[in-house]
Design a binder for this molecule. Sequence first.
Ligand code: PLP
Ligand code: TYF
Length: 400
Amino acid sequence: SWAHVEMGPPDAILGITEAFKRDADPRKMNLGAGAYRTDAGKPYVLSAVRRAEAALLAQGLDKEYQAITGVGAFTRAAAELAYAGAAGDLGRVAVTQTISGTGALRVGGEFLRRFHGGGERTVYVPAPTWGNHAAVFRDCGLKVGQYRYFDAQTNGLALGAMLEDLRALPRGSIVLLHACAHNPTGVDPTAAQWAEIQQAVEAGEHVAFFDMAYQGFASGDADRDAGALRAFVAAGRAPVVLAQSFAKNMGLYGERVGTFSVVGADAQERARIESQLKIIVRPMYSNPPVHGARLAAEVLTNPELRAEWLGEVKGMADRIIAMRAALRARLEDAGSARPWQHITDQIGMFCYTGLTPEQVDRLARDFHVYLTRDGRVSIAGITSGNVQYLAESIHSVTKA
Ligand code: PLP
Ligand code: TYF
């Protein structure tokens, strides 16, 4: 019997969507899960993706298995998007297609457990970080530690504390870095701050594990958003591995499109690493699904679709920036005495508002506004039609 199987807790983020669905009030807002919505509050399939899908359909492709490492045209184009010229001609970069960013983190964690030094290794993640990081890495058999990242006083980066922590880590640790649009805080280092972080990682001979789930989404410029990753790779002093997701920047959420890659020393090293990535993937899921990867490959390699896609990413980023400005302005107009500048200072899909768990609970109970209890707001859920109501609701629960 399975009577010993206890009920597990619901996922902290997806549980909010469930609560939202049960709420019948027409004013309700779901600011929980990080999924883009149009200004009409609807899910958005990018036009470039729709056109790529039509082109693929017209080709009448078969459904044969692809390689263990996935669709070659996709992994090449994805690596090119991430690294551009920073790693040379990419001949030394081992890449495998993964089940989106989460699967990339999982494959990456497995790779590091097997091949990064001997004995027990710890991966250090920022405090706070995406809620799934610790669980993914623990399931890979890695230990998970934290470094300080966010300063609640300033709602900004705790650079001094972060550097102090990175410098104190055991030599050869693994440091998880959000490449851009840090989830949940929306706080990214500046280029100058990144240079200091890079120096600390290199000095400790740590592995830089970049998690890039929002390339293009932070600034609207895919090259700019990959700047930190490329600087580490170009310097060539720290080992770099990368988990890449196309869920957000191509709107391919449920298609599960991503990659895991390792920057090797040369083509021979790449080949050895790739052979081991295959050995990790084979017993896990054998080989990845093809449809989403073909879509992404088509968008990335067809110049017309690529240009359209980059414009659409910029459009999504711009709408989010506009909603940040609107929310801050409406809060100030409503007479809120609290500082709200961090709403417009932070970038990416999320704003870390500083709301307490009790205030978050009141927002849900009294105003039908749902967000995670850490006060994270998914800006993508805000529209020009509901931003005024949201500002009034937040003002109500935050005034003394
Ligand atoms: N990493 C971060 C920081 C994220 O925010 C997310 C989710 O949005 C992911 C990874 C993985 O998402 P997915 O598995 O949908 O690509
Ligand atoms: O942080 C988020 O909201 C996104 C979406 O188990 C998400 O990463 C949330 C929960 C989850 C998977 C994705």
